[in-house]
Design a protein. Structure first.
Length: 149
């Protein structure tokens, strides 16, 4: 199991649209707000134990964590519901590496792992070459049905 840091970026208009669609609740970000089945793999709390503030997350100022993979079904639902946003994610658990990007185009969410960026990042931090063929993250990600960037 590994952590994935997700950065979502929306403009103010899209943040207001998100709130109208899914509600603001207690003001904290929650994946379960979009898809209830994500209640158990929800955004973790930040380092000082406080909940992650909805508007801060949606503006891309801080990341939120998920386990194993980026929550692609949540992003797909948000796109189908008419939201426009971009996503950058990174898994860097020293064992499993993966950097990827996604964005909404024509009402659909497109995404991919950036193999070159991941390889460069691993080389910079470890001095070793990254082999996506030996990466559990890349293997799990490849099982997702997706529209490639």
């Amino acid at each position: 199991m590994f952590s994935v840091y997700n950065y979502i970026t929306m403009d103010d208009e899209q943040i207001e649209k998100f709130i109208k669609l899914y509600g603001e609740g207690d003001g904290n970000f929650s994946l379960a707000r979009v898809l209830p089945e994500y209640a158990e793999n929800d955004a973790r709390e930040n380092e000082n134990g406080e909940g992650l503030e909805l508007r801060t997350i949606l503006s891309g100022k801080v990341s939120f964590d998920t386990e194993d993979l980026p929550p692609i079904p949540v992003y797909e639902k948000m796109a189908k519901d008419g939201l426009i946003f971009k996503i950058d994610w990174q898994s860097e658990d020293m064992i499993e590496w993966g950097i990827g990007h996604g964005e909404v185009r024509d009402g659909a969410f497109y995404h991919c792992i950036d193999f070159e960026e991941t390889a460069n990042y691993v080389r910079e931090w470890t001095g070793e070459e990254w082999d996506p063929g030996k990466s559990a993250f890349a293997e799990e990600y490849s099982k997702l049905q997706h529209k490639r960037l």
